[in-house]
Each structure stands twice: as C-alpha cells, then as structure tokens.
Design a protein around this ligand. Structure first.
Ligand SMILES: Nc1ncnc2c1ncn2[C@@H]1O[C@H](COP(=O)(O)OP(=O)(O)OP(=O)(O)O)[C@@H](O)[C@H]1O
Length: 249
C-alpha cells in the first residue's frame, strides 16, 4: 500500500502560547486507511487537521500528501491542491440550502468541470452508497440531520479524493444516525481506497477506524490498532484506552 500522508516532526506554536499546540508530531497514513485522532480538549487535534489540510502552516516539519510537501505551497497553489485532492466532512453539514441534495453533492465535480454525464453517474453512485438516493431532489431543509450528514459525506467523497478529513462527523447525530453514517463511510472507504483521517471524541465513531492515535499536549501519546479484531472487541479496547487517557489528564 502506498503512503498517502507522511507527517514528519511537525511543530506549531500559536503566538502568545507558551507550549506548542503540536510538538514534533510524526506519523504516516496508507492508501485506504481509516485513521482516527482522539485526545482531550486542547490536545492539538484541530491544529493538526488545519496544518494537514493546508488551512494553516506548521512552524517546522514536513507534511507530504502524495509526495507534495504541502506547507511549501503558496496560497493559490494550496487552494487548488485542496480542490483537487482533499475532501472535508465537518460536524455542521454546510450544505447549501438553496440547492437540492443532488446539486449539493455535485458541487465539487462542477467546480472541476466534469461533464454532465460524469457528474450524474458519480452523484448517483455516492447517493446510493450513502443511502440517500430517494432524497436527491429534496432540499437540505427537508432532510433529517443524519441524512444531511450522509449527503455531506457523499459530497466530500464524490470526486474520489485521495484524502478526506473528517472533524467530529457524528458530533451532532443521534446514535442511530451515527451508526448509519459510520457504516456507510467505512464501506465507501474500503471500496474506494480513499484514506480518511477523522478527529473524534466519540469512541463509537472511532470503532469504525483501522487505527487510532491519541493526542496529549500536542504529542502522540498512545496508539491503538484494529489488527483484524471484531468490531465489538475493538470498541472495548477503545473504551478502555479512552478511560485510561482521561485518568492520566
Ligand atoms: N488560534 C489560536 N490561538 C492561540 N492558541 C490556540 C489557537 N487555537 C488553538 N490554540 C491552543 O492550542 C492548543 C491546541 O488546541 P486545539 O484546538 O488544536 O485542540 P483540540 O484537541 O482540537 O481541542 P478540542 O477538542 O477542544 O477542539 C490549545 O492549548 C489551544 O488553547
């Protein structure tokens, strides 16, 4: 498997902050890997997502996405790089209210000037994968929160980017909607080979990943790997490790 993301010695200190928000962080993610990032509030997870996704720059260190050292990109190059290579899923869905679900999912492809046929094919394939085919002609205001988040996930994946960043995707969902989202996300991840890096406080959401990095004080403090475990066994491991990390705070 190729390495899609390589993070080497990444350090970031905000102005007027004594301690670094990220302190010499190094890790890799392989093609098709579903990687979870967990850790207490203030441990550096959002800062990590921001520097990896070219929204912010590290002070030191290297971040290679498909062999491109992204902190070296200028503003315009970074914007173009994001448009072509990265997908985003946030806790808030950020769907456009005036567009139908079909149009919302298609936005990234329209921006990349795909043909109408390609757009229709890919939009419908992703809608099916996220079980919202029957909602395609509706507007976001007519959907449940879970359906909105699955539409947002379909939009993030429709251009089949090599790397998706998900920031607390289940944060606003009830348990049933979380399960539907995570099941679909994990299925599409396995089928498409897209690498997903997901920040979450939710052990249930994390139980769908292949590996979890626990952050503390800007460093990777512990790691858990699924290693072929059944879902329930991995979920228990995560609950135990999360409790252990909470105690150490
Ligand atoms: N814009 C900023 N300016 C100054 N300090 C910041 C800024 N953003 C974050 N920090 C500090 O950097 C550290 C890491 O914050 P970060 O938001 O990355 O943590 P987090 O793990 O995402 O927290 P949460 O789970 O609450 O979102 C914290 O000490 C925080 O106070």
């Amino acid at each position: 498997m190729h390495t899609v993301l390589k993070v080497k010695d990444v350090t970031k200190t905000y102005k007027r902050q004594g301690n670094p928000a990220l302190n010499r962080v190094s890790f890799e993610a392989k093609e098709g890997e579903f990687l979870g990032i967990m850790g207490a509030s203030g441990s550096g997870k959002t800062t990590l997502l921001n520097v990896l996704s070219t929204i912010d720059r590290p002070d030191r260190g290297e971040i290679f996405i498909h062999n491109i050292n992204v902190p070296k990109l200028n503003h315009a190059q970074a914007a173009d790089f994001r448009k072509r290579n990265l997908g985003f899923i946030f806790q808030e869905y950020f769907l456009l209210d005036s567009l139908t679900v079909r149009e919302n999912i298609a936005v990234p492809l329209t921006l990349l000037h795909w043909t109408a046929e390609e757009i229709e094919r890919e939009t419908e394939a992703l809608a099916e994968a996220f079980e919202i085919s029957s909602q395609l002609e509706k507007y976001p205001s007519e959907l449940s929160g879970g359906q909105c988040q699955r539409a947002a996930a379909a939009r993030a994946m429709v251009k089949r980017p090599p790397l998706i960043f998900a920031d607390e995707p289940t944060g606003a969902l009830d348990s049933g909607s979380s399960r539907d989202l995570m099941t679909a996300l994990a299925n599409v991840n396995q089928r498409s080979g897209t690498t997903i890096l997901m920040v979450t406080h939710d052990p249930y959401a994390a139980s769908y990943t292949d590996r979890i990095l626990y952050f503390k004080d800007g460093c990777i403090h512990a790691a858990l790997e699924r290693n072929g475990q059944e879902w329930g066994d991995f979920y228990e491991c995560i609950l135990r490790e999360t409790a252990r990390q909470d105690k150490k705070r």
